[in-house]
Design a protein. Structure first.
Length: 305
């Protein structure tokens, strides 16, 4: 089981590419904090990027993503006046770009990724404030270079289906960016480091492949190929919770999804996530989610109508 793919399906990843556009100096764009993970690719030239935690120069080929929707701004120079980012996007999409002129200082592709941040999982908790992939790093990762070039080419066209193509490419782009981030930072702590640890990753894959199995600590440590004590310590260090707590958490998240969209009974949903008794499932669900499965289903299905 591919754990990252499994989680990304559950967080309902989607993407939007706003534009590919030239920016002539002087120019500046202020992006407010929000629920979306904003991204920028510098195609040509360079620009300054600033947030409360970051102050860097972006060069041609660089990619930046703000997974938590952190406020930031971009400009040709720090002293340049900055316009509201939404106004910039609207002007470009309306065919009336703001920053026209002979002195093109940068060409950018900009957009956002949407994630269900209410998804109670270490993936969301461990997302960084900023991911910055420099051009030389991107060129070393041929798969990221290839998808970047595809997005650039498609964003430059106005052919039937282009919006959908760039949207789907954007989702793949985000996954490749996460891969690059895992390669860069996979030796630290957190969920992304756990994905790079071959032993812990095996246990995570087993849980995701069979959440309904009656897993024990001994079973999972055997899958990982290390002692129970070593496995438990390493898992908690990286993931931030014990293996069995993670199992329960994943089961509850899957139960929430099934209750929202599945026509099966509460007992059938409980069975799908490892509870042979409906009463046991009700107790576990209420303890973790704070309400009964039936009440959760009623609320979730009203929301989805």
């Amino acid at each position: 089981m591919d754990v990252l793919s499994d989680v990304l399906r559950s967080v309902k990843l989607t993407s939007v590419v706003y534009f590919k556009s030239d920016f002539s100096a002087p120019w500046g764009m202020e992006v407010s904090s929000g629920e979306f993970a904003q991204f920028h690719m510098v195609i040509r030239g360079h620009c300054v990027l600033k947030s409360d935690e970051t102050n860097i120069v972006l060069n041609a080929g660089d990619i930046v993503v703000f997974p938590l929707g952190t406020a930031h701004w971009l400009a040709d120079e720090t002293s340049s006046q900055r316009s509201n980012g939404r106004d910039v996007v609207h002007a470009i999409q309306s065919g009336r770009p703001m920053f026209r002129g002979e002195r093109v200082s940068a060409t950018l592709v900009c957009g956002h990724f949407e994630l269900d941040r209410g998804f109670d999982h270490p993936f969301i908790e461990n997302l960084p404030t900023l991911i910055h992939i420099r051009d030389n790093e991107k060129r070393e990762l041929s798969w990221l270079e290839s998808i970047s070039n595809l997005i650039i080419r498609e964003a430059d066209q106005e052919k039937p289906g282009s919006d959908l193509i760039t949207s789907k490419l954007g989702e793949i782009f985000f996954i490749h960016i996460l891969r690059a981030y895992i390669l860069q930072h996979g030796k630290g702590q957190g969920f992304f480091a756990a994905l790079r640890d071959s032993r812990i990753a095996k246990a995570l894959s087993a849980i995701h492949a069979q959440p309904d199995k009656n897993w024990t600590l001994a079973d999972l440590s055997k899958v990982a190929g290390i002692s129970r004590t070593g496995f438990s310590t390493q898992f908690k260090t990286l993931v931030g919770q014990t293996p069995l707590n993670y199992l329960t958490r994943w089961r509850m998240l899957m139960a929430c999804e099934h209750l929202a969209i599945s026509p099966g009974s509460v007992g059938e949903v409980g069975d799908r996530v490892g509870y042979q008794s409906e009463a046991a499932f009700n107790r576990a669900f209420k303890k973790y989610i704070g309400q009964t499965p039936l009440k959760y289903r009623q609320q979730a299905q009203r929301y989805h109508v």
